[in-house]
Design a binder for this molecule. Structure first.
Ligand SMILES: [Zn+2]
Ligand SMILES: [Zn+2]
Length: 115
């Protein structure tokens, strides 16, 4: 379940966030930018495990630029779909975007290929 905005100011999220960034060696998992050169965000590629001990497995570290880009591409693709269809595709697309296969292409493949 997607958490509301208030979730991101809880102690729980602060802890998960710092664990994810530490696990990802303080680098954007898309372009490798580090904390010195970029503002790091933690992105949920699935909301399935929010509130459970597995939540951080569904999170990844992205710089602000890569994170914004991902959400933008997403909104463009899914803007015209029903909520139910959108949720299905969000899950699939986020999983795909963060898969080693996709990352190996260094973000050059278009999200349209699999939607
Ligand atoms: Zn990045
Ligand atoms: Zn995100």
């Amino acid at each position: 379940m997607k958490p509301g905005p208030e979730y991101y100011s809880t102690q729980r999220w602060r802890i998960i966030r710092s664990l994810v960034i530490k696990r990802d060696n303080h680098k954007c998992q898309q372009c490798n930018a580090d904390e010195i050169h970029a503002l790091l965000h933690v992105h949920h590629f699935s909301y399935e495990n929010v509130g459970t001990s597995r939540e951080k497995d569904d999170c990844t570290t992205l710089c602000q630029k890569c994170h914004d880009k991902l959400h933008e591409e997403y909104n463009q693709r899914i803007g015209k779909l029903s909520d139910e269809e959108t949720n299905k595709r969000i899950d699939l697309a986020y999983k795909y975007l963060l898969s080693p296969e996709f990352l190996a292409f260094n973000g050059k493949r278009n999200i349209a290929e699999f939607m």
